[in-house]
Design a protein around this ligand. Structure first.
Ligand code: C2E
Ligand code: CA
Ligand code: CA
Ligand code: CA
Length: 279
């Protein structure tokens, strides 16, 4: 009936309005996150399963607001990108992550790479290289201890420009990792022309690697492809020992996931490096 139709639309409008309200609420939180000290970084270890040792860690942005609580990155990152706030927040995360890794070096852990996620919005800025150079100088972190994680869609959206930018970064000594590999649109031909050091297999291929033969073959295919191009491979979202065994069998280089560790606060990260003798 007419009534039902009207109610449907009313419901739809309310939902849309709520979403818009939440979006603008989050945008406001993001705008003041740095000034209000509501932004921080957690670090998830990346483990080299061939050498049996910690190789580095991924920096993951967190926002904790007194009213909204801990925000989910999958919700706030797209809002930060749409509003342009990602440029400022991403730069804050970069500086903080470089400072943290420099602190680790000063404590004798000088081989670890910090991997920082970079949005296409950041990479498309003309002064991006300059920002990175300034941060490395300011924090005194050697370029080889920094890795940038970019996604396939980032590379596709601004193909030539992105590859030029990434080549310059590589020339500085910075590593480039292709994140969420397999979920984007890259063709193999295109992959060979991109300045990349590492391929990161997306969690969605790792989830069912033990039960789904097709996923296992995709993962093994990606690993062989990467190795044939002299790239290293890291698998993300590894949770179970069965998954780890399959990845070992297929000669995956590194893993990241709850099986080894969740993302950690800085002091907790230090704890896994330096076991407390009094604990
Ligand atoms: P991502 O780059 O693919 O990061 C991996 C995500 O998987 C992280 O979620 C991490 O906490 C989670 N994860 C790691 N191991 C496991 C596991 O074994 N099981 C499960 N279920 N999850 C695991 P998180 O921290 O919620 O971040 C989500 C996404 O938000 C990231 O996906 C990344 O795209 C984006 N993001 C986070 N921090 C930043 C940042 O500083 N800048 C930008 N541009 N994006 C960021
Ligand atoms: Ca990532
Ligand atoms: Ca992913
Ligand atoms: Ca991602």
């Amino acid at each position: 009936s007419k009534d039902t139709g009207k109610n449907k639309y009313t419901l739809f409008d309310v939902t849309m309005e709520e979403e818009l309200n939440r979006n603008s609420l989050i945008t406001e939180v993001l705008r003041h996150a740095i000034a209000n000290s509501e932004i921080y970084v957690v670090y998830q270890p990346q483990y080299n399963i061939r050498k049996e040792k910690l190789s580095g860690f991924e920096a993951l942005m967190r926002i904790n607001n007194p009213k909204l609580g801990e925000l989910n990155p999958d919700e706030f990152i797209p809002i930060a990108e749409e509003s342009g706030m990602i440029t400022e927040l991403g730069e804050w995360v970069l500086r903080e992550s470089c400072r943290f890794n420099k602190n680790l070096i000063d404590h004798g852990f000088d081989t670890l790479t910090v991997s920082v996620n970079i949005s296409s919005v950041q990479l498309s800025k003309a002064n991006f290289i300059e920002i990175i150079e300034n941060i490395l100088e300011e924090t005194d972190l050697p370029a080889r201890n920094l890795e940038l994680e970019v996604t396939e869609s980032t590379l596709v959206s601004s193909l030539t420009n992105a590859s030029v930018q990434l080549s310059s970064l590589q020339e500085l000594g910075i590593m480039i990792s292709l994140d969420d590999f397999g979920t984007g649109y890259s063709s193999l031909n295109y992959l060979t022309n991109m300045p990349i050091n590492t391929l990161k297999i997306d969690k969605s291929f790792i989830n069912n690697i033990c039960s789904n033969d097709k996923d296992a073959r995709i993962a093994s295919g990606i690993i062989n492809l990467a190795h044939s191009m002299k790239l290293e491979v890291i698998a993300e979202g590894v949770e179970k020992s069965e998954q780890l065994e399959v990845l070992r069998k297929h000669k995956c280089d590194m893993i990241q996931g709850y099986i080894y560790s969740k993302p950690l606060l800085p002091h907790a990260f230090f704890d896994i490096l330096i076991p407390d003798p009094f604990k």
